[in-house]
Design a protein around this ligand. Structure first.
Ligand code: UD1
Length: 420
């Protein structure tokens, strides 16, 4: 397995274009199953979660072809409603296929999904949502069997605004006669992007970005060319990379309006940030100042997917800061690895208290999940000497060639095969 070798101490400077968002692309790929016509998606990052989703679609009978950053999907030959076991376990987003497959076959079988080891991640809300649409669901031997013979539009209430469950119900209901209302829907920008995609296919979805989404079912959806939104977490990670090195960055094709929570924290840490329509420019002080508190919560709150990168920034900031993780229960797993590099982090349940230190040193460390891996790279950019981050494969799930992006900004980072 590959690892990243980072030599710290360089100030990052330069400009970068943000790729399409993993969390927008994955549900959109699933939604391609809703039409028999061809879909062209542009600016699709080359990340393993996306490639695995493509592979699942192929196993179901779709044609999925990549040409540069354009991916073309055609689902006219879809021949099975049973999702492949091994691949589904690898990515959690395979669960989104339940909605689209039910829409096509009125049946679906899926194994319990996989994904990052960041918490329990149950799927009860997905199943509650589908049951509210009349789907009969049997869970048996690790498999979920869905019978949608009696599917209908309806009222869906979520106890918690789950991103994936909201998307699943939007897709399941896109072609059901009548109006489906999703109450306490997730409000993440990727939900609005999925609405944009479904509507571009001839669907009729309103309200994304708010608490209630209305889906007016259409008998059929058509093919489309679509460019998923740029990735706010990749953009945030790159802002952090510049910030931790006291550098400057000019992000092009940035999802500006969805970065406000991240920008606010970076400003609190002393960074100067200027925004234009699709552009964010950050200039960092030589040493960051700790913010007093950060709490993650559903959008528009601070995104859990940026929490560990901010933890990395705090480890070397001036002062002491507190982070409370409210979304996933297991998202401080990298604190131990960071301590090996000199960080001072005190953990208690969902809270981390971080006392910033002046010097971090390079060490061999191991990524345990996607965002944590990126955070260890950030620390490596700051630390003196060499940091080796094992399990590059976890970072590749959601960052398209992160080492090339950081090198282009002046970082000393390369990828090697383990044992090299
Ligand atoms: C999506 C994102 C992920 C991000 C997360 C929260 C994708 C592909 N992934 O994941 O990067 O970290 O949103 O912003 O878009 N929950 C339940 N039951 C369910 C579903 C979720 O209890 O049926 C809980 C989860 O355990 C978690 C919380 O709800 O504690 C948030 O999960 P959810 O919003 O569903 O996240 P995902 O869609 O899995």
């Amino acid at each position: 397995m590959d690892e990243f070798v980072v030599r710290g101490g360089r100030r990052l400077e330069g400009s970068l274009q943000v790729d399409g968002a993993k969390n927008a692309v994955l549900p959109i790929l699933a939604a391609c199953v809703l039409t028999r016509e061809t879909v062209h998606l542009h600016q699709v990052p080359l990340i393993t979660d996306g490639e695995n989703m493509g592979q699942i679609l192929r196993t179901l009978g779709c044609s999925v072809v990549r040409d540069g950053s354009t991916v073309t999907v055609r689902a006219d030959d879809l021949h099975t409603y049973e999702m492949p076991d091994r691949l589904s376990k690898q990515i959690r987003s395979s669960i989104f296929l339940l909605g689209p497959i039910l829409s096509r076959f009125r049946r679906a079988t899926v194994t319990y999904p996989g994904g990052c080891e960041i918490g329990l991640r149950p799927i009860d809300l997905h199943l509650t949502g589908l049951r509210a649409l009349g789907v009969d669901i049997r869970e048996e031997g690790g498999m979920i069997h869905c019978d949608g013979a009696k599917m209908h539009s309806g009222e869906v209430h979520f106890d918690y605004p789950s991103v994936g469950a909201t998307e699943n119900v939007m897709m399941a209901s896109a072609c059901l006669p009548g109006v489906t209302r999703i109450h306490n829907a997730a409000r993440e920008p990727e939900i609005s992007d999925l609405q944009g995609f479904l509507n571009a296919m001839g669907g009729c979805v309103r309200g994304a970005g708010g608490h209630t989404i209305e889906v007016e079912g259409r008998p059929a959806l058509h093919g489309v060319e679509y460019t998923p939104m740029p990735d706010r977490i990749v953009a945030g990670t790159m802002l952090c990379a510049a910030a931790i090195t006291g550098g400057e960055i000019d992000l092009k094709r940035a999802p500006v309006s969805s970065l406000t929570a991240i920008d606010a924290k970076l400003r609190e840490m002393g960074c100067r940030i200027r925004e234009e329509k699709h552009r964010v420019m950050l200039s960092a002080p030589r040493r960051l100042t700790a913010f007093s508190k950060l709490q993650t919560s559903p959008y528009p709150g601070f995104p859990t997917d940026m929490q560990v990168q901010m933890l990395a920034l705090l480890t070397c900031a001036r002062g002491t800061g507190v982070i409370v993780e409210n979304v996933f229960e297991n998202r401080f797993t990298h604190a131990g690895e960071m301590s090996r590099m000199g960080a001072s982090i005190l953990l208690s349940g969902r809270t981390a208290v971080v006392r910033g230190v002046e010097t971090l040193w390079g060490a061999p460390v191991t990524a345990r999940d996607l965002r944590g891996g990126a955070a260890l790279i950030l620390l490596g950019l700051k630390a003196a000497g060499e940091t080796r981050v094992a399990r590059a494969d976890l970072v590749d799930r959601g960052y398209d060639a992160i080492e090339d992006k950081l090198s282009a900004l002046g970082a000393d980072i390369r990828r090697i095969s383990s044992g090299e």
